[in-house]
Design a protein around this ligand. Structure first.
Ligand code: ADP
Ligand code: MG
Length: 388
C-alpha cells in the first residue's frame, strides 16, 4: 500500500485496535543556500519538500502517550506527559516526541495524552530533516488536539527547544521553522536573528533535484561544534554576540589579529549571508544566471573557507555543474562531511542531469547516488483522513 495516509491509518488500527481520529503531516526540507549561518543569527533559504512524515492520532482522556513508527516496527513506546525522565539512547526515535512534550511541560503548557502511529517517506538520516518532520507532525497534532492555539512558529520553537534540551542536539531553528511554515512552490527566506520570514517564489521553469552522495558520514558532530566555537571566537574578538553584524571590511582590517582558520570561517559566514539574501532576490526575479553564480560561490566557500565538503561531494557538484552551466545552480546542502547536493535546474535539463549523475558519480567515486526529484511543498498541517 503506497498511500502514506492509508498506511498511517492501517498501522494505527493494527497497533491500537481502533481507528485514529485525525491525521497530521509535516514535510522534510532542503536548504537552497545559507549554510552554517543559522547559529550565527544570519540568513537561510530552505524549502519544504514533497516528502512527508504523517502521524495518525487518537485523543486519550489521561496524560499518557503511546507511539509506534513503521520505521522501527514492533516497538510501542509509552510515557506520561511531564514525566519524560532523562533522555536515554535506548529510547531512540521517540526521544524527538518526548523532547516536545518535555519542552511543553517546562513551559507550563498542559496537554492531554495521545495514541500515535507514525509513517512517512522522508529518508532517515539523509540530510532532509526527517527529525524535524517527525517533531512538527507530532507537535502540530499535540497543539491541535489539546487546543493550545500555538502559532506554527511557536510549535517550531517548542520542537527546537525539545531537540536542544532533551535530545541534546544543538540544532538551529531552520529545520523546524521550514517544516512548519513551508509554502508550495516557494522557498522561505528566514532571518535567524528575529525569526522573520518571507516566502520566495521558485520560478516554474526550475526543477528541484536533491542527490544523496551516500558518503559514510563521520566526525559530523565534533566538526560542527568546532565550527560553532570558531565562529563564536571571532564574534567575541569583536565584542559581538554573533557574526551577524560584523562587516566584511571590519573582518579584513583585523585579519592579522585572527588565526587564518578563524578568519576564513568568519569570511564564509559573512559572504554566505550576503549570497543568501542576493539569491533570494535572484530567485524572485527569475534571474537564473545570478542564482547559478551565487550557488557556485557558496559551494566554493564551503569547500575552501569553511572546509565542510568532502571530495565525493565536490565531484558530484562538478558533474552537475558541467551539465547545467548557468542554466541552474548546484551546491552542497546541509551540515557537511557527506550528505546531499541540491540543484535548481531548467526543466529541460533534468533528464540530462540525472543521466550524468548515474553514469559519472559511481565511476568517479565508487559510490551509488540516490536522486530525489522534488517540489517545494506546504508546511505542517492537519489532513483529511482519506486524502494525501
Ligand atoms: P535527518 O533529520 O537528517 O533525517 P537525524 O539524524 O537528525 O537525520 O534524524 C533521524 C532520526 O529521526 C532517526 O534516526 C529517527 O530517530 C528519527 N525519525 C525520523 N523520521 C522518523 C520516523 N518516520 N519514524 C521514527 N523515527 C523517525
Ligand atoms: Mg535532523
Amino acid at each position: 500500500m503506497s498511500n502514506p495516509a492509508q498506511r498511517a491509518n492501517k498501522l494505527f488500527v493494527q497497533t491500537f485496535g481502533t481507528t485514529a481520529d485525525d491525521l497530521y503531516l509535516a514535510p522534510g526540507r532542503v536548504n537552497l543556500i545559507g549554510e552554517h549561518t543559522d547559529y550565527n543569527d544570519g540568513f537561510v533559504l530552505p524549502a519544504a519538500i514533497n516528502f512527508h512524515t504523517i502521524v495518525a492520532v487518537k485523543r486519550r482522556e489521561d496524560d499518557i502517550y503511546r507511539a509506534v513508527s513503521d520505521a522501527f516496527p514492533g516497538e510501542i513506546k509509552e510515557w506520561a506527559f511531564g514525566q519524560e525522565g532523562v533522555m536515554t539512547s535506548e529510547d531512540g526515535w521517540v526521544n524527538y516526541l518526548k523532547g516536545f512534550t518535555a519542552a511543553m511541560a517546562a513551559s507550563g503548557l498542559p496537554a492531554k495524552g495521545l495514541d500515535i502511529a507514525v509513517v512517512g517517506n522522508v529518508p532517515l538520516g539523509a540530510g532532509l530533516s526527517s527529525s524535524a518532520a517527525l517533531e512538527l507532525a507530532f507537535g502540530t497534532a499535540v497543539n491541535d488536539c489539546s487546543q493550545l492555539r500555538l502559532s506554527p512558529l511557536a510549535v517550531a520553537q517548542m520542537a527546537q527547544r525539545g531537540e536542544n534540551q532533551y535530545v541534546g542536539c544543538a540544532c538551529g531553528i531552520m529545520d523546524q521553522m521550514i517544516s512548519a511554515l513551508g509554502e508550495q512552490d516557494h522557498a522561505l527566506l528566514i532571518d535567524c536573528e528575529d525569526l522573520d520570514s518571507e516566502p520566495v517564489h521558485i520560478p516554474d521553469s526550475l526543477s528541484l533535484i536533491i542527490v544523496n552522495s551516500n558518503v559514510q558520514r563521520g566526525l559530523v558532530d565534533s566538526e560542527y561544534n568546532l565550527r560553532r566555537e570558531q565562529c563564536e571566537e571571532v564574534a567575541s574578538h569583536f565584542g559581538l554576540d554573533s557574526l551577524r553584524h560584523l562587516e566584511l571590511s571590519q573582518l579584513e582590517a583585523a585579519k592579522s589579529e585572527l588565526s587564518d582558520v578563524c578568519y576564513r570561517r568568519a569570511r564564509h559566514v559573512l559572504t554566505e549571508n550576503r549570497r543568501t539574501q542576493n539569491a533570494s532576490h535572484a530567485l524572485e526575479a527569475g534571474n537564473i544566471t545570478t542564482l547559478s553564480e551565487l550557488m557556485a560561490q557558496s559551494h566554493a566557500s564551503m569547500r575552501d573557507d569553511f572546509e565542510i565538503t568532502v571530495p565525493q561531494i565536490d565531484t558530484l557538484v562538478e558533474i552537475i555543474s558541467d551539465v547545467i552551466g548557468t542554466r541552474g545552480g548546484v551546491r552542497m546542502t546541509g551540515g557537511g562531511f557527506g550528505g546531499c547536493v541540491v540543484a535548481l535546474v531548467d526543466h529541460d535539463l533534468t533528464d540530462a542531469v540525472v543521466e550524468a549523475i548515474e553514469a559519472e558519480y559511481p565511476k568517479q567515486t565508487g559510490l551509488e547516488p540516490t536522486v530525489y526529484l522534488c517540489s517545494a511543498s506546504d508546511g505542517a498541517t492537519r489532513i483529511e483522513k482519506d486524502v494525501y
